[in-house]
Design a protein around this ligand. Sequence first.
Ligand code: ADP
Ligand code: MG
Length: 138
Amino acid sequence: MIERTLSIIKPDGVKNGLTGKIIRLFEENGFEIKAIKKVHLSRSEAEGFYYVHKERPFFNSLVSFMTEGPIVLIVLSAENAILKNRELMGATNPKDAKEGTIRKMYAESIERNVVHGSDSLESAKFEIPYFFNVFEIL
Ligand code: ADP
Ligand code: MG
């Protein structure tokens, strides 16, 4: 099934000049870019995006991290895009990520892990319209 998924290049990735490399990896791996924009989230915007994690001990730290600088939001499309992007990203903790994955190559910690990707169809259906309206997705 052709799916859409939300990718985010997080503040560490943008700051470290990885935007182009990551976009290239998406294209080389058969993803089509349906929408893309750079934004700097407010605390309330980041809290709303990560509401599923609001009871977690790392929530406040995660929101601080995600608002420390600009991020790049990307809607990707491909066959099995959601799982395929999770595989390309690698495990949440870069110590557990496989060779060749974005997090293995570029992440410095479980928190500062360079990229976000929707983890299910349900998440993608919340996350994509959280940031993009229908006119912005080609
Ligand atoms: P993923 O991004 O792999 O889907 P989660 O949805 O579990 O991971 O967590 C969301 C984000 O919160 C992670 O990408 C990471 O930035 C941060 N995070 C997750 N677990 C921890 C943790 N134990 N300590 C600090 N930050 C964490
Ligand atoms: Mg997640």
